[in-house]
Design a protein around this ligand. Structure first.
Ligand SMILES: [Zn+2]
Length: 65
């Protein structure tokens, strides 16, 4: 399996503060970010799915009186 990693232009590493050293890729709908200058690595999972957001709005509209 080949994973394509892309550099994030202008992004700064929170660990070593190096600019343009961060790159990201996606595995099973999970985004990973890593720094090539240090050992920084972070998993990025989408916090709220659009489906769940819509559902919450529906519940807000139909309030029981
Ligand atoms: Zn770094």
């Amino acid at each position: 399996m080949k994973t394509r990693k892309r550099f994030i232009a202008g992004a700064q590493c929170p660990e070593c503060s190096t600019t343009d050293s961060l790159r990201w890729w996606e595995v099973n709908n999970i985004e990973w970010v890593e720094c090539v200058s240090c050992d920084f690595k972070e998993q990025r999972t989408p916090a709220v799915k659009p489906d769940q957001l819509q559902e919450q709005e529906m519940i807000g509209i139909f309030k029981p009186e």
